[in-house]
Design a protein around this ligand. Structure first.
Ligand SMILES: Nc1ncnc2c1ncn2[C@@H]1O[C@H](COP(=O)(O)OP(=O)(O)OP(=O)(O)O)[C@@H](O)[C@H]1O
Length: 347
């Protein structure tokens, strides 16, 4: 009897993921019960301030967390199978083959002592058993695909001979060499000039559509989310506070933190700086996490309930998720409060 094929709608589904770092007398809960999913062939943006747990979430997916860090619990389902149940040997076959990652700074990920072709070709040799000549041929094809001119010449060059934008294209070529089903891109354009940023994002989006890949795009830039993503997870202090499709996020953001992020987008018609200073206060330190909602100390709408009790991530009938007391039956503040409208008028 043959077993039924593994069917799944989401290429990635994370449930209650917990990853902590342990120091002598402190547990830093970098990822504290994170849940979200990426439907097949879609792009999910993960946004949030520095330290909210975006990078540690993505490193957890690839099981690349090192001491003193540890994945404590939860599920990371890739194509319906929990990656936390896989052996290290199985994970090695998945990394760079079925799930790939690109980082912010290509120079730290590219090896300066190997040519571009050798580095892209490595994936073909390891995962597809190609010989040197075949791997080089495929590397040239990949360089062409990511828009590098004269790929036959560039394939024999070293990373330092390329511009920053070209190096990021090489990183993308390396990541996509084996046509992964999921690409994780951690701030892939932050280190680049604005015009090059737009080109690289367009390239990622183009290739994502061509290869029908799922993408997890980490960014602190909501402008990038608007251009590139189908869905968005907003993270704050190791937790998802809002998860929704991009259109809904921009037309009716719900969480007061999301609204604050929205107001931090530079607006050309207003004299508003593109930074997070519009959200008063700062991210709490891991040693001093608030007992209730993590955002309560900075939230203009917080009541006693918010300071006392942590809200759950609730799902509405459209599948949108929100972790905020204002939208619950237990809300004991002004029942008419409209976070978005009120913030619009006060900004
Ligand atoms: N090696 C480590 N040891 C201890 N704590 C760590 C370590 N790495 C990360 N952390 C903590 O985990 C938390 C989440 O970090 P993470 O890098 O995921 O944030 P981030 O949202 O990606 O921020 P950024 O946008 O700055 O990259 C932070 O509080 C950070 O201090």
């Amino acid at each position: 009897m043959t077993s039924a094929p593994n069917t799944y709608d989401n290429i990635l589904e994370i449930n209650e993921l917990q990853t902590s770092f342990f120091t002598k007398d402190l547990e830093v809960k970098a990822v504290d019960g994170v849940s979200f999913s990426i439907p097949k062939g879609k792009v999910l943006g993960v946004v949030g301030e520095s330290g909210s747990g975006k990078s540690i979430t993505s490193l957890s997916i690839l099981r690349l967390i090192e001491e003193p860090g540890r994945i404590k619990g939860g599920e990371i389902k890739f194509k319906g199978e929990n990656l936390l149940d896989k052996s290290e040997a199985q994970m090695r076959k998945i990394r760079g083959n079925e799930i790939s990652m690109i980082f912010q700074e290509p120079m730290t990920s590219l090896n300066p002592t190997f040519t571009v072709g050798q580095q892209i070709g490595e994936a073909y040799k390891i995962h597809q058993g190609l010989n040197k000549k075949e791997a080089k041929k495929r590397s040239i094809e990949m360089l062409k695909l990511v828009g590098i001119p004269s790929p036959e010449k560039r394939v024999d060059q070293y990373p330092h001979e390329l511009s920053g934008g070209m190096r990021q294209r090489v990183m993308i070529a390396m990541a996509l060499a084996c046509k992964p089903e999921l690409l994780i891109a951690d701030e892939p354009t932050t280190a680049l000039d604005v015009t090059i940023q737009a080109q690289i994002l367009d390239l990622i989006k183009d290739l994502q559509e061509q290869l029908d890949m799922g993408v997890l795009l980490i960014t602190h830039d909501l402008g990038v989310v608007a251009e590139t993503c189908d869905y968005v997870a907003v993270m704050y202090c190791g937790k998802v506070v809002e998860y929704t499709d991009t259109k809904t996020l921009f037309s009716s953001p719900k969480h007061p933190y999301t609204v604050g992020l929205m107001q931090s987008i530079p607006q050309h018609d207003k004299d508003v700086e593109g930074d997070l200073s519009v959200i008063k206060g700062s991210v709490p330190s891991p040693a001093n996490m608030p007992k209730g909602c993590r955002f309560a100390p900075r939230c203009p709408f917080a009541t006693d309930l918010c300071h006392e009790k942590l809200p759950n991530l609730e799902t509405d009938e459209d599948g949108n998720q929100i972790r905020c007391w204002i939208y619950s039956d237990e809300w004991n503040g002004d029942p008419e409060v409209s976070v978005y409208e009120q913030s619009e008028t006060t900004s």
